[in-house]
Write a protein that binds this ligand. Structure first.
Ligand SMILES: [Zn+2]
Length: 229
């Protein structure tokens, strides 16, 4: 039972991050497209801004994720290096420290000492990394993987307003981008809520509300700009 649960938790984390990334792509690119469309420029200009927004957003998500997860990886590497040093200089104290962690978790002191002894005999650094620092293979920071996942989910979300603005009649572009974006946001919001064990309609309402606000304000600014510039 414990093994299956851990895997599901890992998948939930990835799914939620992907849905949130897609939300970002959808809201920011749709707002850009609706804003530029509201200024009255021809479809080609709307399409160019949509594609530029998709590429710029995708790259900034990738860069942001890579930088933040890399600094997490740096911290983890520094912690592991310090742990390795401590194990090399004072193994006895490290064994006592590990045993104390197991006592805190409910083992009797003799059993805790025995467990610490055996786990350190097998792989001391791994035992300390896992039980003292909370680091393990499944939680290790992977900057490139995280950046890629973030970029792909953003791009997938951003694709909808770009494709719609490429195929629908110019006169219906703003309305169809807005309605299709709100519909997809509702679905994504409900999915994210469901995956996280929360109420689906509330998740859907929350993200469509902010999506509508973002697109509405962008359209307003686009209209004002179109009228004055
Ligand atoms: Zn330690």
């Amino acid at each position: 039972m414990h093994h299956i649960e851990r895997h599901r938790t890992t998948h939930i984390g990835w799914l939620r991050a992907s849905v949130l990334g897609a939300n970002d792509g959808l809201i920011s690119t749709a707002s850009l497209v609706v804003g530029v469309a509201a200024s009255g420029v021809p479809r080609s200009a709307v399409l160019i801004s949509g594609v530029a927004g998709l590429v710029a957003g995708t790259m900034s998500m990738a860069a942001g994720e890579y930088v933040s997860v890399s600094s997490q990886a740096d911290t983890e590497a520094a912690d592991l290096a310090r742990e390795r040093r401590e194990l090399a200089t004072d193994e006895e104290a490290e064994r006592a420290e590990l045993a104390a962690i197991y006592v805190d978790r409910g083992l009797t002191p003799p059993l805790a000492a025995q467990v610490a002894e055996q786990l350190m005999a097998k792989d001391a650094l791994e035992a300390h990394a896992r039980d003292e620092l909370g680091l393990s293979d499944t939680t290790a920071a992977r900057p490139l993987q995280a950046a890629l996942a973030s970029a792909v989910s953003f791009a997938v979300g951003a694709l909808l307003p770009v494709v719609i603005s490429a195929v629908v009649p110019r006169a219906l572009l703003a309305v169809l981008v807005t309605t299709s974006t709100l519909a997809l946001l509702g679905v994504l919001g409900a999915v994210a809520a469901r995956v996280g064990g929360a109420i689906m309609w509330r998740g859907a309402f929350r993200v469509t509300f902010w999506g509508a606000l973002a697109m509405g304000l962008s359209a307003l600014v686009g209209r004002l700009f179109g009228a004055t510039v």
